[in-house]
Structure formats: structure tokens, C-alpha cells
Write a protein that binds this ligand. Sequence first.
Ligand SMILES: [Zn+2]
Ligand SMILES: [Zn+2]
Length: 279
Amino acid sequence: MLHVTFHGVRGSTPCHGHDTHHYGGNTSCVSLCADGETPIIFDLGTGLRYFGKQCNGTPSFRAVCLLTHLHYDHTLGLPFFEPLLHSDTTFEIYAPRQPDGRSIQELFMEKIRPPMFPVPLDQFAARISFHEVGDQDFSIGNLQVRSRFVPHLGPTLGFRVTHHDVSVTYLSDHQQPLGEYGITDAARELCENTDLLIHDAQFTNEEFATKASWGHSTYDYAQWVAETCGAKRLALFHHDPSRTDASLTALATAMSRTSRVPSFAAREGETVDVVTCSA
Ligand SMILES: [Zn+2]
Ligand SMILES: [Zn+2]
């Protein structure tokens, strides 16, 4: 069984207010835990801070991040991750190889240092290491990881993690085709028959009409991907920061009535236990 916890479910920028309280306002961060395995963290958005509070104090804390891309909404939480203040913490970050050859470590060091941030990244006590990945399959303990480049703005990965035949796919930022629906072979390899698909659902069809080139998907496209690829369950994710609790509930409820794949809107603080349907 895989335990998936949503720590941040928003896209683009954090938001706050009485009308976003139910789903939460932090940006992309999801943890995945399997018994006896190193915890996996999808993305380093502002939700990471809350995951850090849960882990703080764990002796010799170790975690692995699978980072989709370097946009701020996916990286802003890193310097606020409390386990990084401890010298016995080991934190490994797998991130997309950059086409210009610049290293991920160098890019983070440029962001996390004065005057943009008071403490340079290399002065944090924890051991932080970086791995650059592309279209490949690799293991973290007994977890199998598949990383594939997917359409978005700039080099962006999607991930699929499998443990004893149970799989979770994370496609937080995914550019919907501008015309007829379709899916790249790479994205299909991530989504096919997955037990839980966490997918970009930033826009309504009306919003997409004016924001088609912003790198994201509609609710309808997320549903189409889940159905086309035979996903067992769909978590709508990367909610637009302007989406209120009421409108998000209404959109998710409408979808659950029409979708062949059970779906729900991801909510901050919620844990989902994922088991394989074929077991
Ligand atoms: Zn994003
Ligand atoms: Zn992005």
C-alpha cells in the first residue's frame, strides 16, 4: 500500500482566504510513503513547510524529492523545510536535466542566496544532493521510478512510482493539446493503468480558451487522460489560485457524475491510501 498525502495543491502562487480554506492555499507538494521505504516528496512548493513540521525531530531524517520542474510554485518551499536545519538530515533531489547543460544545484544556489534569500543554500546544515534525470527508469530502495519529459513550459518531468504492483502517477503541470485531444507516448507511459493519477486540472474550458498556451490542462482533459489511459482513480490537482472552495467542489462533483474513472479534488492535509485494483 502507498500512502499519499497532499501538503499543497495549488498551482502558480499560494493563496489565502476564507473561500480557499477547505482545499488549502499552498503550492504543489505531495508525499508518498511505503512501509520501510524512504519517503518520496513530489515537488517543493510551499506545502513542503507543513510536511517538514511533521518530520522535524526524526533522527537521521532521509527523504527523496522528485521535482517536476523549477517554476517557483514547485520550488519555493525548499528553504523553509525544517529538516534542512539538522546536520543528520539527508535530502536527495531528482530534477529534470536542463537542455543548456546548467546544473540543478547551480540553479538552486542562484535562487537561494542573498539578496534573494538571507542564507545561501550551501550553508544549510543538512546534506543536500542533486541528481539530473530525463526519460529513464531507476530505483529508490524498493520503489521503481519512471521519469518522462512531458509538455509544459520549459523542461518538465512527470513521474510514476511503483511499489509491489501499486502505482502512483504525478503529472502536476501538463500542457493540454491546443486542438484535438491527444497524449504523448511519454505521458501515456506514466499514466497507463496507474492506480492513482494526480493530474493538472487548472482551468475550466472557458478559461482555457484565453489561456491555452499557459502550459496547463482543463478538468475535461484530465478526465480524458485518466479514461484513455485506464487510470483507476483521478486526483484533480494544481488548482488555480482564483478557484474558490465552492466552485472547486461544484466542478469536482459535476465531473464525478460523468467520469468513468472515480475522481476527487485534491485537498491539503488529506491522505489517500492507494492499493492496486488488480490485487
Ligand atoms: Zn505549477
Ligand atoms: Zn510550471
